[in-house]
Design a protein around this ligand. Structure first.
Ligand SMILES: *[C@@H]1O[C@H](CO)[C@@H](O)[C@H](O)[C@H]1NC(C)=O
Ligand SMILES: *[C@@H]1O[C@H](CO)[C@@H](O)[C@H](O)[C@H]1NC(C)=O
Ligand SMILES: *[C@@H]1O[C@H](CO)[C@@H](O)[C@H](O)[C@H]1NC(C)=O
Ligand SMILES: *[C@@H]1O[C@H](CO)[C@@H](O)[C@H](O)[C@H]1NC(C)=O
Ligand SMILES: *[C@@H]1O[C@H](CO)[C@@H](O)[C@H](O)[C@H]1NC(C)=O
Ligand SMILES: *[C@@H]1O[C@H](CO)[C@@H](O)[C@H](O)[C@H]1NC(C)=O
Ligand SMILES: *[C@@H]1O[C@H](CO)[C@@H](O)[C@H](O)[C@H]1NC(C)=O
Ligand SMILES: *[C@@H]1O[C@H](CO)[C@@H](O)[C@H](O)[C@H]1NC(C)=O
Ligand SMILES: *[C@@H]1O[C@H](CO)[C@@H](O)[C@H](O)[C@H]1NC(C)=O
Ligand SMILES: *[C@@H]1O[C@H](CO)[C@@H](O)[C@H](O)[C@H]1NC(C)=O
Length: 564
C-alpha cells in the first residue's frame, strides 16, 4: 500500500485547499455545488462598479469559494440572477451618504469593536464619520430594495486577521459581543474563524432585517435560541462548529423560517430531528455534514426546488426510496457520502438533467454499501462533472451508455466489485481524475485515454488488467500520476516492454507499475521525465541498466527490487 499512500500524498500536495483525512484518494472537501471559484483573471474587470473593488473582489471570490450565496459564475458564463440569496453581481454598493439606515448603528459598532479590541479609540471614530468605508463592513442595496450592510468578520481580512491572530497567539477568546443584538440595519452577519465564545441569546430574534446568519469556526456553543424562528427574512443560515468538544448542541429551534433558502450545519452536536427547524419545502440548498443529528431517512419534506443536497455522516441507512431524485428537476449536486446506505443506486436521478455532482462514496466500508449495477440511465447526465462511488459493493460492467458522460472530469469507482473492460472510459474526453483501483476490471487501458488531454491522475491498481502498456497514453501529456500496480493475481498483469512514448509525459511525477509482468529495459526516452519523483517498478521481469533515469533531477523514491 506504500505506493497508494505516496500517490495520495502527491494528490493532496497539488490541492490548494486543506484535505479531509480519509483513506481514499478523492479529495472531498465540503462543497455544495461543483462550481469553481473565480480565477485570478476573472475579477469582473470593467463590471465592478463599486468604489472599492477590493471589497467586491473579496466578497465575490469568497462567496464563490464558500458557495454560501448562489454562485453566479460558471466556467463558461455569467448567469443572470435568478433568485435572491445575495447574488453578488446584482448587489449595489452604497456609500455612507447613500446608506440611510446604516448611520443608526454607528454607536453600537463603536462599542462592539472597542469592547472586543478589534479597533482602538482613534480608529473607532470612523464609524461616526464614514461607516461604510470600514474594511469589514459592506454597505449594500439588494435587488428587492432592502438597504443595510454586511458585517464580515473573516479572519483573512487584514484588520480582522491581525486582531484574530493576536488573540489566537495569546490563546484568548472573546465573549460574543452583545452589541450585535442592537444592530438595526444589519443584512448579513458572517463570522468565520474568530475566537468568539459563549452562546447566542434570545436577543438574536431582534435582528429582523437579517438575511444571512453564518457562525462558522468560532468557540461558541449551546443551543440555538427559539427566537431564531422569528427571523422571517432569513435566507441563509450557516452554523459550523469548532471541531472542539464544546460546540452548538441541543434541539434545533422549532421555527417557521419561511424565507430560508439555504441551510448549512456542519461539525455540530445537534440532536432531534431536522423537521423542527423549518418547513423544508422551499429550501434549495441543504448541507448537513456531521451535524450531530441522526436522520434515519432523507426528509420527505424536501421540495421540488431543491438544488443541492448534502446529507453526509448523518446515519442514513437502508435503501433509498423508489424513484429517489425523480422529483428534483433542478438538482445540481447530491452528496450522501459517509452513511450506511445500501440497495441499488438511485437510477431516477437521470430526471435531474442538469446534475453536475454526485458523491455517494463510503457507505459503511466493506459492510454493505450500494449494491448492484451502475445505472445505464445515468448515461444521459451529460452535464455530470463529478461522480464518486468509491467504497460500495457495486458489480457488473461500466454501462455502454456512459460514453455519453461527456462532461465528466472526476470519476471514482474504486473499492467495489466492478468488472468488464475500461473501453467506454476512453470516450470521456474531459476526464481529469480517474480512480478505478480495487475492482476486477480486465483487458487493456483503452487507447482513448490518451485523447483525454486534461487527464491528471489515473489509478487502476489492484485489478486484473493485462496486455501491453499502450503507447497511446503517452499523448495525455498533462498527466501527473499513473498507478497501475498489482494486476498480476489472475491474468498475470501487464506484459511486454515499457512504452518509450511515455517519455513525452513530461509532467509525470509518480508512476507505479509494481507487480506486473513487464520485460525489457527502461527506455532512454524516459530520461525526459524530469518531474518524476516516484517510480516503482518492483516485481516485474525488467532488465538492462538505469542509465536513462539515472540523472532525473527530482527522483527520490525509486523502487526496483525483484527484477533482473
Ligand atoms: C483565464 O485563464 C485561463 C487559464 O489561464 C484561460 O483558459 C481563460 O481563458 C482565461 N479567461 C479569461 C476571461 O481571460
Ligand atoms: C490605533 O491604531 C492605529 C493603527 O493600528 C495606530 O496607528 C494608532 O497609533 C493607534 N492609536 C492609539 C491611540 O493607540
Ligand atoms: C420571538 O420568538 C420568541 C420565542 O419563540 C417568542 O416568544 C416571541 O413572541 C417572538 N417575538 C416576535 C416579535 O415574534
Ligand atoms: C409546515 O407548514 C404547514 C402549513 O404552512 C403548517 O401547518 C405546519 O405546522 C408546518 N410544519 C412545521 C414543522 O412547521
Ligand atoms: C419553487 O420556486 C418557484 C419559483 O421561484 C416558486 O414559485 C414556488 O413556490 C417554489 N416552490 C416551493 C415549494 O417553494
Ligand atoms: C438545465 O440547464 C439549461 C441550460 O442551463 C436550462 O435552460 C434548463 O432550464 C435547466 N433545466 C432545469 C430543469 O433546471
Ligand atoms: C455485496 O453484495 C452481495 C450481493 O450482490 C452480497 O452477497 C454481499 O454480502 C455484499 N457484500 C457485503 C460486504 O455486504
Ligand atoms: C448517446 O447519446 C446520443 C444522443 O442522445 C444517443 O443517440 C446515443 O444512443 C447515446 N449512446 C449510448 C451508447 O447510449
Ligand atoms: C509473464 O509473461 C510471460 C510471457 O512474456 C508468460 O510466459 C508468463 O506466463 C507470464 N507470467 C504470468 C504470471 O502470467
Ligand atoms: C527529450 O525531449 C526532447 C525534446 O522534446 C527530444 O528532442 C529528445 O529526443 C528527448 N530525449 C529522449 C531521450 O527521448
Amino acid at each position: 500500500m506504500q505506493g497508494v499512500l505516496v500517490f495520495l500524498e502527491l494528490w493532496l500536495a497539488l490541492l490548494p485547499i486543506q484535505a479531509a483525512p480519509s483513506s481514499h484518494l478523492i479529495h472531498r472537501a465540503p462543497r455544495l455545488l461543483p462550481e469553481r471559484a473565480l480565477q485570478a483573471n476573472e475579477s469582473y474587470d470593467g463590471s465592478c462598479t463599486w468604489t472599492d473593488c477590493t471589497k467586491w473582489n473579496l466578497l465575490s471570490s469568497n462567496v464563490n469559494f464558500r458557495l454560501i450565496f448562489r454562485p453566479t459564475v460558471t466556467s463558461t458564463e455569467v448567469r443572470p440572477p435568478q433568485s435572491l440569496i445575495l447574488p453578488v453581481d446584482t448587489i449595489d454598493e452604497l456609500s455612507s451618504a447613500e446608506c440611510g439606515p446604516c448611520a443608526a448603528d454607528a454607536d453600537a459598532f463603536r462599542r462592539l469593536t472597542l469592547n472586543t479590541g478589534l479597533v482602538n479609540e482613534t480608529e473607532a471614530a470612523i464609524f461616526g464619520t464614514d461607516f461604510c468605508s470600514v474594511s469589514f463592513i459592506v454597505c449594500i442595496r439588494l435587488p428587492d430594495g432592502a438597504e443595510g450592510y454586511l458585517m464580515l468578520l473573516w479572519d483573512q481580512m487584514d484588520q480582522v486577521d491581525r486582531w484574530a491572530a493576536s488573540l489566537r497567539r495569546e490563546g484568548k477568546t472573546v465573549p460574543f459581543p452583545s452589541e450585535v443584538y442592537e444592530l438595526e440595519a444589519i443584512l448579513g452577519l458572517w463570522i468565520w474563524s474568530i475566537p468568539f465564545e459563549g452562546q447566542l441569546t434570545e436577543d438574536i430574534g431582534n435582528l429582523a432585517t437579517l438575511r444571512l446568519l453564518a457562525l462558522e469556526h468560532t468557540h461558541m456553543y449551546g443551543r440555538l435560541p427559539a427566537s431564531l424562528g422569528n427571523l422571517t427574512s432569513l435566507k441563509v443560515l450557516s452554523i459550523v462548529g469548532s471541531l472542539q468538544e464544546v460546540t452548538f448542541s441541543g434541539l434545533l429551534p422549532p421555527a417557521r423560517l419561511q424565507s430560508l433558502d439555504f441551510l448549512w450545519i456542519m461539525d455540530t452536536s445537534f440532536g432531534g430531528s431536522l423537521d423542527e427547524l423549518a418547513n423544508l419545502t422551499q429550501l434549495k440548498y441543504v448541507h448537513l455534514r456531521r451535524p450531530g443529528l441522526r436522520l434515519s431517512h432523507v426528509p420527505s419534506t424536501l421540495g421540488p426546488n431543491l438544488t443541492s443536497l448534502t446529507l453526509s455522516d448523518v446515519g442514513l441507512s437502508g435503501p433509498l426510496s423508489d424513484g429517489f431524485g425523480s422529483t428534483w428537476p433542478y438538482l445540481l449536486g447530491l452528496d450522501l457520502s459517509d452513511n450506511q446506505l445500501s440497495g441499488p443506486l438511485p437510477s431516477a436521478l437521470d430526471n435531474a438533467m442538469n446534475l453536475t455532482y454526485i458523491e455517494l462514496c463510503c457507505q459503511g466500508g466493506t459492510n454493505g454499501g450500494f449494491q448492484g449495477r451502475l445505472p445505464a440511465e445515468w448515461g444521459s447526465l451529460t452535464k455530470l462533472e463529478f461522480l464518486d462511488l468509491e467504497q460500495n459493493n457495486l458489480t457488473g460492467a461500466i454501462p455502454e451508455q456512459w460514453v455519453n458522460l461527456s462532461s465528466l472530469q472526476t470519476l471514482n469507482l474504486g473499492h467495489n466489485g466492478l468488472s468488464g473492460t475500461l473501453e467506454a472510459l476512453g470516450m470521456l474526453r474531459n476526464l481529469k481524475d480517474l480512480y478505478l483501483s480495487n475492482n476486477q476490471f480486465i483487458g487493456q487501458v483503452p487507447d482513448g485515454l490518451g485523447e483525454c488531454r486534461n487527464l491528471m491522475f489515473f489509478s487502476a491498481a489492484y485489478n486484473q488488467l493485462s496486455g501491453s502498456l499502450r503507447a497511446a497514453l503517452g499523448k495525455a501529456t498533462d498527466i501527473r500520476g499513473i498507478e497501475l500496480c498489482c494486476q498480476e493475481e489472475t491474468n498475470g498483469g501487464f506484459e511486454g516492454s515499457l512504452p518509450a512514448e511515455w517519455g513525452s509525459l513530461t509532467k509525470l511525477e509518480f508512476l507505479n507499475l509494481r507487480e506486473n509482468n513487464l520485460t525489457g529495459a527502461i527506455p532512454e526516452q524516459w530520461g525526459n521525465l524530469s518531474l518524476l519523483w516516484g517510480l516503482d517498478l518492483r516485481t516485474n521481469r525488467l532488465s538492462g541498466t538505469l542509465d536513462a533515469i539515472g540523472w532525473l533531477p527530482n527522483l527520490w523514491e525509486l523502487s526496483l527490487g525483484n527484477n533482473r
